[in-house]
Design a protein around this ligand. Structure first.
Ligand code: ADP
Ligand code: GLC
Length: 495
């Protein structure tokens, strides 16, 4: 049995801005299911802490003048969740990373620097919790300083750092390095410095015993220039410590046979409920109630990563096809305005909801016919897995986790019943439209379409195998950490 401290800046169902939260909720549960002792550490954002204090079993442990750790149990498990509150850093409403104007909070370096310090203290069992992890599993830039700070500690736990998205690096002006009182030796291009800035993510990439990312394809891609975001050198130097492990999905939350957020349940054996969900979705979004018209959907952050511009550029042609389109997303205002403009012109054909709405996202997965993910890059992606499980074959780009989790439809994969979706190559409207047209052709052939749906619905996207893969990485991290060969400074690995 391993003791694992899982450190993340967002955890579903407490707070979620994207897939990191889904993974931070479901992977710890899967690890506990395999017999391990997992504790989750996350920031105690005001809204969550207020809710927990009002409704859930909890206790609060004061560890400083303005700092408390609120301890509760993850719903449906025996996982302890520690939420670090701080009067100044986390006691504010809204998005964990951005102010109401959509700009990063001015003190993000201080907020997440503080969070990392607490993770180190907990990891070293210095806060009186009488629990010492064997492994600290850090996720994304917000936790990047943890492996770097632990490097100073001879008796530290082993560290694993997971990259969910290399494009978000936690870059701050050099003054932040001083203000956070970081050890001077970390100010080097072989440590936390990145082109004159402080880089949180480099702390994880350089100092963790093991690095993982969320799909095998993305693990390869980030070692190259196109997807390396300026860090491919560090990653290739540490390639021997880097593994790609696919995300799993929470099969309880995302199962059309039991999903409490959808009105009609269905399964691969009987898909009749799906048609009813489609009707409800069309009604709810004021689309024409046409059961036979292919309903295409996109749910996601409206950012360049997700290829929203590819969709927008394709709209003039898309609108000529016998389809409807639903978009649920929030993010870049210009993408939102462009999509809304199209919807105003074609209200019965296009519905756009610029919002974050967990319930609607489930109804869309259940009611749509075809899911769209034209991402420029996609470390793993969860929606293409959800959509396969919901009998909503996805159209995805040939990148990252999309390529690893969708089987393209060809005459051969259709014949062998392997096909689960449609893969296109380049992030441009032409390639995307070609895939859409092919998908619609198949949609018009109910027998073939049903076979495609059923293959996706019965595919195993559970955490089990991938959680075992993480356990193997934890073993490797423990070995690397214990090995005398590993005591040489990390910078030797990429000097
Ligand atoms: P990323 O983490 O890059 O945003 P993922 O596909 O891994 O992409 O995960 C996104 C998660 O966030 C999914 O669970 C998706 O349903 C959810 N999501 C994204 N945007 C919205 C939205 N506007 N409303 C509801 N859920 C959303
Ligand atoms: C990131 C990635 C997404 C991935 C998610 C969870 O937000 O953009 O592809 O699925 O993290 O790992």
């Amino acid at each position: 049995m391993k003791r694992i401290l899982f450190v993340s800046s967002e955890v579903y169902p407490y707070i979620k801005t994207g897939g990191l939260a889904d993974v931070s909720g479901s992977l710890p549960a899967a690890l506990q299911g395999l017999g391990h002792d997992v504790h989750i550490l996350m920031p105690g954002y005001k809204d969550i802490v207020d809710q927990i204090r009002a409704s859930a079993r909890h206790r609060s442990i004061r560890i400083g003048a303005s700092v408390e750790i609120v301890e509760t149990e993850y719903p449906g498990t025996q996982i302890t969740v520690w939420l670090v509150t701080h009067g100044q850093y986390f006691d504010r409403h809204g998005n964990p990373y951005m102010n109401p104007e959509g700009m990063p909070w001015f003190d993000n370096a201080d907020r997440f620097g503080f969070f990392c310090r607490i993770a180190v203290e907990l990891g070293m069992n210095r806060l009186g919790f009488k629990w010492r992890p064997d492994i600290i599993h850090c996720n994304d830039w917000q936790t990047g300083l943890v492996p770097a700070l632990l490097e100073e500690e001879p008796l530290r736990p082993a560290t694993v750092f997971t990259v969910h998205n290399l494009a978000y690096q936690g870059l701050f002006p050099p003054e932040a390095f001083q203000r956070l009182n970081l050890p001077a030796r970390l100010w080097s291009m072989h440590a936390l410095e990145f082109h004159g800035q402080l880089s949180f993510i480099k702390g994880g990439l350089v100092y963790a015993d093991r690095i993982t990312t969320v799909s095998p394809r993305y693990a390869q891609e980030i070692q190259g220039n196109e997807h390396g975001c300026g860090l491919s050198g560090v990653l290739t130097a540490r390639a021997g410590r880097l593994n790609g492990i696919l995300n799993g999905i929470d099969e309880h939350d995302w199962d059309p046979a039991t999903d409490s957020r959808i009105p009609h349940h269905y399964s691969a054996d009987d898909l009749s409920g799906k048609a009813l969900n489609k009707q409800i979705l069309q009604q709810r979004l004021n689309l024409a109630e046409e059961p036979g018209r292919a309903l295409l959907a996109l749910v996601g952050r409206l950012v360049l990563q997700k290829g929203i511009d590819v969709l927008i550029n394709a709209l003039p042609e898309l609108m000529k096809l016998p389809i409807q389109l639903v978009v649920l997303g929030s993010g870049d205002k210009s993408f939102g305005m462009a999509l809304e403009g199209w919807s105003r012109l074609n209200p019965e054909q296009i519905a756009v909801q610029l919002d974050y709405d967990e319930d609607l996202s489930h109804l869309i997965e259940a009611g749509a016919d075809i899911f769209l993910m034209p991402s420029r890059f996609e470390p793993c992606g969860l929606n293409q897995m959800y959509s396969q499980h919901y009998g909503t074959p996805p159209i995805v780009r040939n990148v990252g986790g999309l390529a690893d989790t969708v089987t393209d439809t060809t005459p051969e994969t259709l014949r062998t019943k392997q096909a689960t979706g449609f893969i296109f190559e380049e992030a441009n409207a032409n390639d995307f439209l070609r895939a859409v047209k092919y998908a619609i052709e198949l949609y018009a052939q109910p027998e073939l379409w049903l076979s495609l749906q059923k293959t996706g619905m019965t595919r195993d996207f559970s955490w089990h195998n991938n959680a075992v893969a993480y356990l193997n990485v934890y073993d490797l991290a423990l070995q690397d950490h214990a090995s005398p060969l590993n005591t040489s400074p990390r910078l030797a690995e990429f000097s």
